[in-house]
Design a protein around this ligand. Structure first.
Ligand SMILES: Cc1cc2nc3c(=O)[nH]c(=O)nc-3n(C[C@H](O)[C@H](O)[C@H](O)COP(=O)(O)OP(=O)(O)OC[C@H]3O[C@@H](n4cnc5c(N)ncnc54)[C@H](O)[C@@H]3O)c2cc1C
Length: 367
């Protein structure tokens, strides 16, 4: 029987499904992809796009073209509600889309609360396209004056963003004080050797690090930390962790503690077998997963197989998250810190490896 498969969001976890859409359409099924725009940016190269190491065209996929060239429809819009009983999606512009099987890869964003949004130049580090706008605004402002730039967040994203801002400022022949406000501790919970290399890297790049404080509030051109310190801030980059798309909680679907779609081993909603999901927007019921692209990428073949089975019949396969994965932090100066199991190294070989892996991923899903 001809069925309708809908993909919500064309992010990192849907790439293999997108590439193989012709399998579904050739089997007689109808496929619709819904996303806010024709392009999807690869997060692993986002900080490098901020600094100018990569051009925007080098780090994005034309997901609209990928869908249409394989016989699917593409709707440029956002899903704002799911009616799981009626098997229908409500889009922001009012359209309703019925589905037989739906898969969500709607990602995550950085929550910016009211105490922070008073700042006139807040740049959330996700969605990645925000970094493109941020880059342009920083370059323009550097032509006028010396800047104070604050990066909030002591995880890998905060580190990479701060380091790549240094490169951006240098290449624009401007001047800026860059401060990384890391919360409790930079790279808390990471291998201590990685942390040491990161501290050395920040010192080398002339980036001030503040630990034990968070950005608590902001007004137009200043921030205040949790210790009450007030400091000037022309740009505030927010890398304080991400939250899944709110669409599941808003729709009353079962969600995990973070609001992500609660899924079982098969990446299938625990309540509605025709609803699947992958990437940052899910909460994996068997065990919580870090919000890293590595998992989204590894979920690709599982989603492909399970969507095929849901449409055509067949067994579902389980997703087994790997316990360890390679970490590579781009320090913006042609070096990267790489950590794999007990091995940690940095410098130019680290960047060469990260660049190779990132470009290989991009190549896999072009066209
Ligand atoms: C600066 C930075 C650097 C990072 N570097 C790395 C790295 O090197 N390695 C790594 O493993 N992880 C990295 N991460 C983490 C990584 O970004 C995420 O884990 C990854 O983006 C998750 O992919 P995703 O496809 O689930 O979500 P996303 O990349 O957010 O994609 C979701 C897609 O869904 C669309 N969408 C959103 N809402 C809706 C809606 N309501 N309806 C329809 N479509 C919607 C979005 O437009 C987007 O195209 C980094 C994160 C940041 C912030």
């Amino acid at each position: 029987m001809r069925k309708h498969l809908v993909l919500v969001g064309a992010g990192h976890a849907h790439m293999t499904v997108l590439k193989n859409l012709a399998d579904f359409t050739a089997a007689g099924h109808r496929v619709t992809v819904i996303g806010p725009g024709p392009l999807h940016y690869y997060s692993g190269m986002g900080p490098g796009m901020l600094s100018g190491i990569y051009r925007p065209e080098e780090i994005r996929f034309n997901v609209k073209d990928m869908a249409i060239s394989r016989g699917a429809a593409f709707i440029e819009d956002l899903v704002v509600r799911v009616d799981p009983a009626g098997k229908e999606l409500l889009l922001q512009q009012g359209q309703r889309v019925a589905y037989d099987v739906v898969s969500f890869n709607a990602g995550s964003g950085v929550p910016i609360d009211d105490r922070i949004s008073a700042h006139e130049a807040v740049v959330p580090v996700k969605p990645i396209e925000e970094l493109l706008g941020g880059r342009k605004r920083v370059i323009d402002a550097l032509k006028q004056r010396k800047l104070s730039i604050v990066v909030a967040g002591g995880g890998p994203a905060g580190l990479e963003i701060a380091a790549n801002l240094r490169r951006l400022v240098a290449d624009a022949t401007g001047a800026a004080e860059i401060t990384l406000i890391a919360g409790d501790r930079l790279l808390a919970g990471f291998n201590p050797v990685v942390r040491r290399k990161a501290l050395r890297g920040l010192a080398r790049l002339g980036i001030a690090l503040i630990e034990g404080q968070k950005v608590a509030s902001a007004d137009a051109r200043c921030i205040r930390t949790t210790s009450g310190d007030r400091r000037p801030c022309d740009f505030l980059f927010m890398a304080v962790g991400v939250k899944p798309s709110p669409v599941f909680r808003d729709s009353g679907l079962p969600t995990g503690v973070d609001g992500g779609l609660l899924v079982n081993d098969f990446l299938q909603s625990v309540a509605f077998p025709e609803i699947f999901g992958g990437g940052d927007c899910i909460c994996f019921a068997p065990r919580p997963l870090a919000k890293v692209g590595v998992y989204a990428v590894r979920q690709n073949p599982v989603l492909l197989q399970n969507l095929r089975s849901a449409l055509c019949g067949g067994d579902l396969v389980a997703f087994t998250p790997q316990k360890r994965y390679l970490l590579a932090f781009n320090m913006g100066d042609g070096t990267a810190i790489v950590s794999w199991k007990r091995l940690v190294f940095d410098g130019r070989p680290g960047f060469a490896l990260k660049d190779y892996l990132d470009r290989r991923f991009m190549k896999m899903f072009q066209g």
